[in-house]
Design a protein around this ligand. Structure first.
Ligand SMILES: Cc1ncc(COP(=O)(O)O)c(C=O)c1O
Length: 422
């Protein structure tokens, strides 16, 4: 039995309807933008393995740092103890963020980084003795799959069975030129109620909603109002961090800085799971007290894992030298988007930094539209990994993808589009 067959007997995969899904492809190795399967077939990872892999698979510098760490100390309790990899990650990360970000809380993935931010925000107001519990989030948001993260995310097909258990959140439409005044009016009314603890948002790009991009000036106005009224602002940069959008963080496009950042995915270069929530001194100080009840009682067994932290320190070193590579990819992506603009089957071609996204025109859409599977399978058959969100296709490769590989990605997309009979 090969890997794929053995897998089918014992494994339940994420986001997978096993009744209809093709068997999982058995991977054996990777290098740069390439993933290789057990039959020796190569796939270009044009989605950076769920947006995590920034610098390529099996990156030697990150791998070497993790190997070194393995021989020293692999994991230790993170309450009452600390270690160089964690301290270095925190120092390096804070060095990249605005100076008002002063403390780093460790957890394990993007969803937990969001859970921690939500808990910090709610307990901040509780500890101050002026409880506020309302959260504002955007329509269409995706912040993860744990219950708090689902609650601040859009209601829809992914969380329908749990809807009655999710806490209520004040949802605001994503702003555009047409609805901005209405969005702002609702936002102001919500905030003026005095009950809003925090506003959580994916800055400039809603990833899972279908790479929905919106303008910095609109978000800027919302953040400015929220800050003015002392509502905490939580930037979920789990997807947008580390150069993806053309700046180190999407929040760097804005003058008004958030009170908290949620960080994960690219922090380890895609090597190991790690989540981080950063905050201002003001938030941290609200938890300092002789009263033990004011403690942030949150933690996970693997919080501060040394291997993940070691990968992150190496990844941040690689990041600091990666600007030319990122700029080159952004320029190639901009050129590709310009070429696709006139494609008759595509709509709404958009690009920000290293991200290109567009809709494939169909009659009817939605996440479960059969087009999604046709596009996915058509690309996989041709050796390109793309994972459409409904009829939205996006190209979001590791920064090291070669010109030839990226050309192949777009050539394959055109081939698959040419075959469509819908
Ligand atoms: C903006 C954003 N926040 C949070 C998450 C959740 O991260 P994770 O899948 O690591 O739990 C994601 C995942 O795609 C995301 O895009």
């Amino acid at each position: 039995m090969n890997l794929s067959e053995r897998d089918q007997r014992v494994i339940w995969h994420p986001f997978t309807q096993h009744q209809t899904a093709s068997p999982a492809i058995g991977l054996v190795s990777g290098e740069g933008a390439i993933l290789r399967d057990e039959n020796g077939r190569d796939y270009i990872d044009a989605i950076s393995s769920w947006w995590t892999n920034l610098f390529g698979h099996a990156h030697p510098q990150i791998g070497a740092r993790v190997k070194q760490q393995l021989d020293t100390l692999e994991h230790a309790i993170f309450a009452g103890f600390t270690h160089a990899p964690a301290v270095e990650v925190a120092e390096k990360l804070l060095g990249l963020l605005p100076a008002q970000q002063q403390k780093v809380f460790f957890s394990d993935n993007g969803s937990t980084s969001v859970e921690v931010a939500i808990k910090m925000a709610i307990q901040y107001w509780y500890n101050l003795g002026t409880p506020r519990t309302t959260l504002i989030a955007f329509e269409g948001a995706y912040h993860g799959d744990t219950f708090g993260a689902m609650s601040v995310g859009a209601r829809g097909v992914f969380n329908q069975p749990f809807e009655s258990l999710l806490f209520e959140v004040a949802a605001v439409d994503l702003p555009d030129d047409d609805n901005f005044d209405a969005v702002m009016a609702r936002f102001r009314t919500l905030i003026d109620s005095g009950t809003v603890a925090a506003f959580i948002y994916e800055p400039l790009v809603q990833g899972s909603a279908g790479m929905r991009m919106y303008k910095a000036v609109h978000l800027e106005a919302m953040l400015r109002y929220a800050r003015e009224k002392r509502v905490l602002c939580i930037a979920d940069e789990v997807f947008t961090g580390f150069g993806r959008t053309g700046k180190l963080f999407a929040s760097d496009y804005l003058d008004t800085k958030p009170d908290m950042y949620c960080i994960s995915k690219g922090i380890t270069g895609g090597f190991l799971p790690l989540g981080l929530t950063t905050c201002t001194r003001d938030i941290y100080d609200a938890f300092l007290s002789d009263d033990k009840l004011k403690t942030l009682f949150h933690g996970h067994s693997y919080t501060g894992n040394l291997l993940a932290c070691a990968a992150a320190t190496a990844s941040l070193d690689v990041l600091s030298a990666s600007a030319p590579m990122r700029e080159d990819l952004a320029a190639r992506q901009q050129a590709a988007a310009a070429r696709l603009q006139s494609h008759p089957q595509l709509r709404n071609v958009r690009q920000l930094g290293t991200i290109v996204a567009f809709e494939v025109h169909t009659h009817g859409g939605g996440y479960f539209h059969q087009l999604r599977d046709i596009l996915y399978e058509g690309c996989i058959r041709r050796g390109v990994l793309l994972r459409p969100l409904g009829n939205t296709l996006y190209v979001l490769p590791p920064y090291c993808i070669t010109a030839e590989q990226l050309d192949k990605v777009y050539a394959v997309i055109e081939e698959v589009l040419a075959e469509l009979t819908l």
